[in-house]
Write a protein that binds this ligand. Structure first.
Ligand SMILES: [Zn+2]
Length: 142
């Protein structure tokens, strides 16, 4: 009886420790901090107020934006082909860019597109128009 009583507290203690570790893990899962988008420093940290901070160039950026860009978004053209950075696409209908009097004609080739997660999908440069924003549904992979 005495023996059992003696060993009980020790047993309980290790059980508690185990629970505490599990709790810490569930609250703060292993997380790799993103490197600084400005200077690529790996010594970034989270300031606890929803921002990542780079100690080397003092750049700050929101944690949420970083998390959002981690989830891989798939960009598809009008035919369902997957688009990637650097692709060449063809415009499938006449587009009237805002603030410009011209029309981007159907069939215009757009080289070296850059996919972005914004209110539009593609950043690119079009001859005669300069920097443009396009939507994936108006292009087809060339
Ligand atoms: Zn930096």
């Amino acid at each position: 009886m005495c023996r059992w009583f003696d060993s009980a507290p020790g047993h309980q203690d290790s059980r508690k420790r185990h629970l505490r570790v599990a709790f810490l893990h569930s609250k703060a899962p292993m997380q790799t901090l993103p490197s600084c988008p400005q200077c690529q420093s790996a010594y970034t940290y989270e300031d606890g107020a929803g921002q990542y901070v780079c100690p080397e160039c003092a750049h700050e950026w929101p944690v949420q934006a970083a998390a959002a860009s981690d989830s891989v978004r798939v960009y598809k053209d009008a035919s369902g082909n997957i688009l990637q950075d650097g692709d060449t696409v063809t415009v499938i209908k006449d587009l009237k860019p805002k603030g410009s009097g011209g029309v981007i004609k159907q069939g215009t080739k757009v080289k070296n597109i850059r996919l972005v997660d914004a209110d539009h999908d593609i950043d690119c440069k079009i001859d005669g128009f300069g920097a443009m924003s396009l939507k994936t549904e108006f292009v087809r992979k060339a």
